[in-house]
Design a protein around this ligand. Structure first.
Ligand code: G5P
Ligand code: MG
Length: 227
């Protein structure tokens, strides 16, 4: 079923809940949607050794959030460059905004352009199952492609399926840093959900695996934006 209205989506969810995994699946089903992951952008900045990357690395490896001002500036620039402020653009955000300050700043930018977020979906996964997932996660930083040695292993061990380049571990995917990221998420998520609930765009999909969550998420998008 084609989409008739442009979705402008935000995925919320704890670290390891499957935001990146669901994004990949959604882009395959809905090729007109573009995506942007704030974590992927930051990891590419770190890999390229930029000043933003140097600053961000200090926070990321300690499981802390990068300051709002840095994030808002970085993502707003990307939105302009990608023409996402055009109200006909269909897109999906993963990982930004993740504080209410970021949400207000984004809302102001989008509102000026009449292109507000029209669906926010919380991925609700039992937080007890996700530490195992991220300990088995390997990533291809340039593309953001994500693998898991059990759930979706690469075709050739530790090599990206598309480029054949080596995969790497994220520096924040340790048990100790993961717990800090989870605590940070649990601290911020209430006010973020309140912000979008007040705008009447908040939904939740629950499940213990990404294969259970995906059809629910896909149906939600079809019901709201399909023919
Ligand atoms: P990120 O990069 O945004 P997080 O912590 O929000 O990081 P993360 O860890 O990227 O989220 P995810 O995308 O929700 O998790 O999960 P995923 O990668 O798809 O899945 C996790 C693993 O589980 C993968 O290996 C996947 O293959 C596997 N998997 C998926 N589904 C299943 C399943 O059903 N079963 C099994 N067994 N496995 C499965 O942010 C990183 C840092 O950047 C900074 C912060 O420091 C943050 O901590 N940052 C920001 N700081 C401030 N403001 C912002 N807006 C920021 N954005 C990023
Ligand atoms: Mg991710």
């Amino acid at each position: 079923m084609p989409l008739v209205k442009p979705p402008r989506l935000l995925l919320l969810g704890a670290p390891g809940s499957g935001k990146g995994t669901q994004t990949t699946k959604l882009l395959l089903q809905f090729p007109k949607i573009n995506s942007l992951s704030s974590g992927d952008i930051l990891r590419n900045q770190i890999n390229s050794g930029t000043s933003i990357g140097l600053e961000a690395s200090k926070y990321i490896k300690n499981g802390k959030l990068v300051p709002d001002t840095t994030m808002v500036r970085l993502i707003t620039k990307q939105l302009h460059e990608m023409d996402w402020l055009d109200k006909k653009a269909a897109w999906l955000l993963d990982g930004f905004p993740r504080t209410s300050n970021q949400a207000v700043a984004l809302d102001n930018t989008l509102h000026t352009n009449n292109s507000n977020i029209n669906m926010v979906v919380e991925l609700d996964v039992d937080q007890k199952v996700i530490l195992e997932r991220i300990e088995a996660r390997w990533v291809h930083v340039p593309s953001g492609r994500v693998y898991n040695l059990d759930y979706n292993p690469p075709r050739v061990p530790f090599k990206d399926d598309i480029t054949g380049e080596p995969l790497s571990k994220r520096e924040d995917d340790t048990a100790e840093v993961f717990q800090k990221r989870l605590d940070q998420y649990n601290k911020e998520i209430g006010s973020l959900k309140d912000f979008y609930n007040n705008k009447d765009v908040l939904y939740k999909v629950s499940g213990s695996t990404s294969d259970v969550i995906f059809p629910k998420l896909s149906n939600l998008i079809l019901q709201n934006f399909g023919v």
